[in-house]
Design a protein around this ligand. Structure first.
Ligand SMILES: [Zn+2]
Length: 335
């Protein structure tokens, strides 16, 4: 009998050029420059070449302005997820009504563009908070995938600031916990259910119970907790593509041995180089030829599909819930 492969999922956070420019504090972001017309076909080709279906997390603002382009995503059998309306990487610092608006507006824009209501959410820049999780549960989301169990968040933040122009005090405050803090490194790598304590409403009556929300963490290297998403593999490949792929292979082998079902993450800059988008040359691996990058993406996806049954995140969520053995956790993040 053929061996049944364990499940893995793959997703693409469809961040656009303007959102990276804004986080970096670059002028011109507010004319909303976009590389989606180049990136979307390349990403869909890369997935199709390996016969994979993924979840693509869409930013509401881009769903409004790129309907035709983004409609292809579900038409080709991929899932669409919510990546917030404006990709504010300090989303978790917003007051609740604004946070709710960021989620609801994106939902509406994604429905208008693709005809599909997203069931999963990933916070921009892995932004996450107890309030955010509660809003997702209230809105009937099946899963969140905003946790990124790594210790290197503060390092990524310093890199961003090092290459940025001088930011204003307000801009610095907004970005003070960009990419999370060291404590994130201790978060679980395996999936679990967030459960909510609702307490009493205004009339002291208990509030209705909220459904549990499944958390599917962005997988990092078991043990070391260093990132294994494609952009990090490409960052390593600047030195040696052989060692970068060996690194990913080790991570996937460890996941298999430790029964961690990996959720592998792609980003737009995995498919293009600084020649296509000179405004983002400050990003790692942007000097690598785009054809080399895409060849490595192909190798990485092939490696994943070799060991695992790779599905979109919604299907991964369904299988995890059906397994019936998930631990439960109360949101232990800042409100
Ligand atoms: Zn993003």
């Amino acid at each position: 009998m053929a061996k049944v492969k364990p499940t893995a999922s793959v997703s693409l956070d469809l961040d656009n050029q303007w959102s990276y420019m804004r986080t970096h504090g670059d002028a011109g972001w507010d004319s909303y420059p976009s590389y989606l017309a180049e990136v979307v076909p390349l990403a869909l080709q890369a997935l199709a070449a390996q016969g994979l279906k993924a979840t693509v997390f869409l930013v509401g603002r881009d769903a409004q302005s790129h309907r035709e382009l983004l409609r292809q995503i579900p038409e080709k059998g991929h899932e669409v997820g919510n990546h917030s309306q404006n990709h504010l990487q300090w989303l978790h610092q917003l007051p609740r009504p604004e946070l709710e608006r960021e989620i609801a507006q994106a939902e509406d824009a994604i429905v208008a563009a693709t005809g599909i209501r997203p069931r999963g959410f990933r916070g921009p820049g892995f932004a996450c908070s107890a309030t955010l999780l509660q809003i997702l549960a209230e809105r009937g989301y099946e899963y969140d995938c905003s946790t990124f169990p790594t210790f290197i968040g503060p390092l990524a933040r310093s890199y961003y600031f090092m290459t940025a122009r001088k930011l204003t005090t307000q801009e610095k405050e907004e970005r003070q916990d960009l990419f999370g803090d060291v404590r994130d490194g201790f978060r679980p790598l395996r999936s679990y259910l967030w459960t909510f304590d609702r307490g009493a409403g205004p009339a002291q009556a208990p509030l209705p119970e909220l459904p549990e929300l499944l958390e599917i963490p962005v997988t990092t290297m078991p043990g070391a907790r260093t990132p294994i998403h494609m952009s990090y593999v490409l960052y390593l490949a600047q030195r040696s593509s052989f060692l970068a792929l060996r690194y990913l292979q080790t991570a996937l082998r460890l996941c298999e041995l430790l029964k961690i079902e990996p959720s592998f993450l792609l980003h737009p800059l995995d498919f293009i180089s600084g020649d296509t988008c000179s405004a983002l040359r400050f990003f790692p691996a942007m000097a690598m030829p785009a054809t080399d990058k895409r060849a490595l993406v192909g190798r990485a996806l092939h490696m994943l599909a070799d060991r695992f049954d790779v599905v979109p995140m919604g299907e991964h969520a369904r299988r995890l819930r059906a397994s019936g053995s998930l631990p439960r956790k109360k949101p232990d993040l800042a409100a």
